[in-house]
Design a protein around this ligand. Structure first.
Ligand code: SAH
Length: 262
């Protein structure tokens, strides 16, 4: 028997942001190899399938890519429908190429089912178009992260020259990244928005500027997060900054209020 492997985009997190096509294939899957960022409710779309976690979450223990490739090839000999479920869209920072090539080399049929990439889900949360007319005509999706054994990447110029830029896998080194972008001639006043856990209940937006990002070394981000840069975010960033300041003031006043005699 020779099964087929489907590389399916699970979407950014919320289980109902997978495509109908992806959900239909999950219903027929014999086995599902899934990433760390895939929501349990999405896995519940395949109650009949054997579920195998092959997650990678930045610094945590990750499953070796060659091991995943081998598993996919072997599974295709056992199951008619094999699913490789990836966060967001498989074709963006998802290591799809390695798997597509390994499957092709083994003569296993493979099909990619697109998903909603997290930058698009986060844009929906922000409520600002990536390509707002008259302000932004280009968008860059980039990451400063390079895999083990890869050459260093020159990600910064493309970010600095785009009207709007989105950085994946970058929140952990945000301050350093901001300084690199300032070095590329990007204005310190460039509006920045950070979106954590887009489409999930814990979603959070932080507004700042490139300078603010460079100065803040502790963003307290624990979920997956994206960095957005560009003029399109000027008003939204300002509103988020004002709201955060207000919250701080209220928090500062609270103990005094409590201390007042009744
Ligand atoms: N293929 C995925 C990206 C995988 S790389 C996609 O298309 O979205 C993992 C990175 O994606 C994380 O470090 C983070 O930058 C981003 N990410 C994934 N899910 C996210 C979410 N719900 N909210 C914000 N960022 C997210």
């Amino acid at each position: 028997m020779m099964g087929k492997v489907y590389l399916i985009g699970a979407g950014p997190g919320a289980a109902d942001l997978i495509t109908l096509r992806g959900a239909e294939i999950l219903k027929r899957a014999g086995v599902v190899f899934y990433d760390a960022l895939v929501h349990p409710d999405t896995l519940a779309l395949a109650p009949q399938a054997r579920l195998v976690a092959v997650g990678k979450r930045c610094s945590r223990i990750s499953t070796d890519q060659r091991f995943i490739n081998r598993n996919l090839v072997e599974a295709a000999a056992k199951y008619t429908v094999v699913v490789r479920l990836k966060g967001g869209d498989p074709m963006l920072f998802g290591r799809a190429q390695e798997e597509i090539e390994a499957l092709a080399a083994a003569g296993v049929a493979c099909e990619v089912v697109p998903g909603v990439t997290s930058a698009l889900a986060a844009s929906a949360e922000i409520g600002v178009s990536l390509t707002r007319r008259g302000v932004s005509r280009s968008v860059t999706f980039a990451t400063p992260r390079v895999g083990e054994g890869e050459d260093t990447s020159d990600w910064a110029p493309s970010v600095a020259s785009a009207d709007t830029a989105v950085l994946y896998m970058a929140a952990g080194q945000a301050a350093e990244i901001a300084r690199v972008l300032e070095g590329q001639g990007m204005s310190p006043a460039t509006p920045v928005i950070i979106v954590e856990s887009a489409s999930l209940p814990g979603v959070r937006q932080i507004g700042t500027t490139l300078r603010g990002l460079a100065e803040n070394t502790d963003l307290q981000i624990h979920g997956p997060a994206l960095l957005f840069f560009g003029e399109v975010y000027r008003e939204r960033a300002r509103a988020l900054i004002a709201a955060a300041l207000l919250e701080e003031e209220v928090a500062d006043e609270l103990p005094q209020r409590r201390a007042l005699p009744r």
